[in-house]
Design a protein around this ligand. Structure first.
Ligand SMILES: *Cc1c(COP(=O)(O)O)cnc(C)c1O
Length: 407
């Protein structure tokens, strides 16, 4: 559990500084790069100290509860999100598992956008449903639908913004107000923007959830997740659940993410700027029917996104290739993907290497055609998670296939 403990640093440091400097103090050796503590248990000076530490969940006892490398990551993420504390988990999905196990009981109700990450929908609809926690799925953008779905038993609103792959944006402040009127909490999955662009707690959200697997690591190496918020939730509620259930982050993975976060602000700015350039290039391309990117003036929630995301659109852009039928659209999308020689054909995001994906046959492949149509995921849709290559090499790679569309 991450009680923020940066007493050795002055107050008022800027986010860029916190991303590099926030951590536990160094060991007696004075290492400048935070150490990796690969140890599952911690030797106690005496039985009485051991008893006190176990009773209060303080300092370090056993690594299921906490580990110094994991604690440094939690402190750093909390500082960047403007949270009192953070608790790290093994994956992004296990952060949501911890959220629900800690907060809810059978009979409680959740309202969630129907455009959130696919595995998140599965976890709420199927897994939590088995334990009597029911979820209503509503429009990402229509606040009236959220309001109408609220019941006396609603304890949690869960949102993700912008969404994958269509980059729809929801109004965090409006959802926070709605949650609080109903006596519920708002959790925002901040994986896509990260605190470099968007800080949901400052907009009224109660909890922030992360798939640290994505931009916080930033180089596609490890799985990790986290929840950030007030210590009465992070320590008292989720810390206790973590100790019981053990969806703990491994110290090595914590160390990788901790070092990744030092370059987060630079990467998010650079990757957002490249993505805007790619989006503009795509928008004027004759073989492209539509581009989905919050940084473009053509995006339906452009103004909201710019206000909420520090004026940047993030690093995911999707586009529809132009075609007359679903069959032709799929063939054209496959041609664009298969003609690339630089980009990675994969399903991940948040890497320095640009990734190209066909959502209709991968992330949304298990939906029926009707469900996919309802979600707006056409056969001609291609998603890019833009990395750090030169932007002209990215557009050249897309042009190889786009130049063939319709020929
Ligand atoms: C990847 C992702 C998750 C799940 O994270 P894992 O680390 O893969 O478990 C949750 N939400 C969003 C928005 C994601 O992109």
């Amino acid at each position: 559990m991450g009680v923020r403990d940066d007493r050795s640093l002055p107050e008022g440091l800027r986010p860029e500084t916190l991303a590099v400097r926030t951590a536990l103090p160094p060991s007696q050796h004075g290492e400048n790069s935070e150490a990796l503590f690969l140890t599952s248990t911690f030797v106690q000076p005496d039985a009485a100290t051991s008893a006190r530490r176990f009773a209060n969940m303080e300092d370090f006892t056993y690594a299921r509860t906490s580990n110094p490398t994991v604690r440094s990551l939690e402190m750093r993420l909390a500082a960047m999100e403007g949270a009192e504390g953070a608790i790290a988990t093994a994956t992004g999905m296990s952060a949501i598992l911890l959220l629900i196990m800690g907060l809810l009981r059978a009979g409680d109700h959740v309202v969630c956008s129907r455009s959130v990450f696919g595995s998140t929908i599965g976890l709420f609809a199927k897994e939590f449903g088995k334990f009597g926690v029911e979820t209503s799925f509503v429009s990402q953008t229509d606040i009236a639908e959220w309001r109408a779905a609220i019941r006396p038993t609603t304890k949690l609103l869960f949102a993700e913004t912008p969404t994958n792959p269509l980059t729809e944006v929801c109004d965090i402040r409006a959802l926070a107000d709605l949650a609080h009127e109903a006596g519920a909490l708002l959790t925002v999955d901040n994986t896509f923007c990260t605190p470099a662009l968007q800080r949901p707690l400052a907009l009224g959200a109660d909890l922030v959830m992360h798939a640290a697997t994505k931009y916080l690591d930033g180089q596609g190496r490890v799985m990790a997740g986290a929840l950030c918020g007030a210590n009465r939730l992070i320590v008292d509620v989720f810390g206790a659940t973590m100790r019981a259930a053990g969806m703990t982050l491994a110290p090595f993975n914590a160390w990788v993410v901790l070092k990744g976060m030092e370059t987060l602000n630079l990467r998010m700015k650079a990757q957002s700027e490249s993505t805007l350039a790619v989006a503009r290039w795509l928008e004027q391309h004759p073989a492209v029917a539509r581009v989905y990117y919050p940084g473009l003036a053509s995006h339906p929630q452009h103004a909201l996104a710019m206000a909420q995301q520090s004026g940047l659109g993030g690093a995911v852009v999707s586009f529809d290739v132009r075609a007359d039928t679903p069959e032709a659209a799929r063939a054209a999308a496959f041609q664009v993907i298969d003609s690339t020689r630089v980009l990675s054909i994969a399903t991940n995001l948040g890497d320095t290497k640009t990734i190209i994906t066909h959502p209709a046959t991968t992330s949304h492949g298990r939906l029926t055609e009707v469900q996919r149509q309802a979600a707006g995921i056409g056969q001609g849709l291609v998603r890019l998670a833009v990395g750090l290559e030169h932007v002209d090499d990215i557009t050249d790679d897309l042009q190889r296939g786009l130049s063939l569309v319709g020929h």
